[in-house]
Ligand binder design. Structure first.
Ligand SMILES: NC(=O)c1ccc[n+]([C@@H]2O[C@H](COP(=O)([O-])OP(=O)(O)OC[C@H]3O[C@@H](n4cnc5c(N)ncnc54)[C@H](O)[C@@H]3O)[C@@H](O)[C@H]2O)c1
Length: 378
């Protein structure tokens, strides 16, 4: 009989739903796990909306004050699915109460905040993880395996994009549900912390640490009405960001993100060029990995599009039969499964707070470089 892992969820928006789906599905597809999530309580400020969310996803109870949820003795792990400016305060309270923490990305608003959070969870010795979920898309996990096996040889280039187009209208307000991303006070930064943080986490995981960066950012729409005050206020987030970097292994990196690329909704792509082989991946086609191997016989050399659906591809043995693909939501099921497995083994579930702090350091260096126009060490 599996042990219960009692979850307290804070926030019922996009990620509240994605994670709840992960908790609900995991035992069906990973039946051998020693821990089984139980949806104990959901929390957000609006009682009626929280109750509707709890009923929809199967939470046993609700709270409207996150402090009460954190203090509840029947909660083992707190899932933080609220805007970035609340991650630190809730994490510190969880660590003080001895609760495990599954925190959404980016870890914090700054490196200083993130360092405080790392120290708190390490001192309290509570299990912790950050939801950089793209690591657990099978094609991305498979890319990690190929790199770790040395199949690419020395790596020369890492290139990543995360392109969207949803903030082009000047009529879009800043602040409030969903739109807190446009408000620096709630989000910390714009595309750098929201989108590039994903690209940076994957890059560090696949290609190692970043040495230094040079960046530029732009805010195309300078003023927007704020939902909270109704007044036109300055926009302080970065609408677009591009940076170059050097990795510790000597390879060169090129990253771009924007919410002003008309036609693109969530085009996260990366390409890695090594001495022997190259890899390409695209979120819009997430079940495929593009692979070019120079060691193939000359007249048959070319890009292969590998359909990542076979039982020997990462995680895929848990799902359907070869040829049948899975999607975005499964990355969250996999993260829950890995978290439960790490609890059973007593090992960390990466990315931990400490791992996610490395991404935060790169984000801070990128924003710092964009301000000074100088190369900046991470
Ligand atoms: N891993 C990913 O791919 C991914 C994708 C989207 C968002 N995120 C991250 O997830 C977090 C939440 O983003 P989202 O898209 O779900 O936002 P959202 O706007 O859809 O939902 C935010 C939720 O927080 C709740 N909330 C706000 N203040 C609160 C408070 N004081 N107490 C309790 N509840 C409060 C809101 O009611 C809402 O339910 C952010 O940190 C974001 O960066 C990660």
């Amino acid at each position: 009989m599996a042990k219960q892992l009692n979850i307290g969820m804070i926030g019922y928006g996009f990620m509240g739903r994605a994670h709840s789906n992960g908790y609900n599905r995991v035992a069906n597809f990973f039946p051998d796990l020693e821990f089984k999530p139980v949806l104990k309580a959901a929390c957000a400020r609006n009682a009626e909306a929280t109750k509707t969310f709890a009923d929809t996803w199967g939470y046993q109870s609700t709270e409207t004050d996150w402090r009460k949820l954190v203090e509840r003795r029947d909660i083992d792990a707190v899932d933080i699915c609220v805007p970035n400016n609340l991650h630190k305060e809730i994490s510190l309270a969880c660590a003080a109460a001895g609760k495990m923490i599954l925190c959404e990305k980016p870890l914090a608003m700054s490196v200083a905040e993130g360092e405080e959070m790392c120290q708190a969870v390490e001192k309290a010795k509570v299990a912790n993880t950050v939801w950089y979920n793209y690591r657990r898309i099978p094609a991305v996990t498979f890319a990690k395996q190929l790199i770790d096996q040395g199949k690419l040889g020395r790596i020369f280039h890492y290139r990543a994009n995360f392109l969207q187009d949803w903030t082009i209208s000047a009529d879009l307000p800043q602040g409030g549900n969903g739109l807190w991303r446009l408000d620096a006070a709630a989000a910390g930064s714009g595309v750098t912390g929201d989108l590039l943080a994903h690209c940076i986490d994957t890059a560090i995981w696949l290609n190692g640490g970043v040495t230094n960066v040079t960046a530029m950012t732009e805010t195309f729409i300078k003023e927007r009405t704020h939902t909270a005050t109704g007044k036109v206020e300055k926009v302080s987030i970065d609408d677009a960001c591009a940076f170059l970097c050097r990795f510790n292994n000597g390879s060169l990196g090129l990253f771009e993100s924007t919410r002003y690329a008309r036609g693109h909704k969530a085009l996260y792509t990366f390409e890695i060029n090594g001495e022997h082989a190259s890899i390409k991946w695209d979120l819009h086609d997430l079940h495929r990995l593009q692979w070019f191997d120079h060691r193939d016989v000359g007249n048959l050399r070319g890009w292969r599009s590998i359909h990542i659906t076979d039982g020997d591809h990462p995680y895929m043995g848990k799902w359907w039969v070869p040829g049948l693909q899975i999607g975005y939501e499964h990355s969250f099921v996999h993260q829950v499964a890995d978290f439960c497995e790490s609890l059973a083994k007593g090992t960390p579930c990466g990315p931990t707070f400490r791992d996610a702090l490395e991404t935060q350091k790169v984000c801070d260096a990128v924003l710092g470089s964009a301000k000074t126009g100088q190369w900046t060490n991470v």
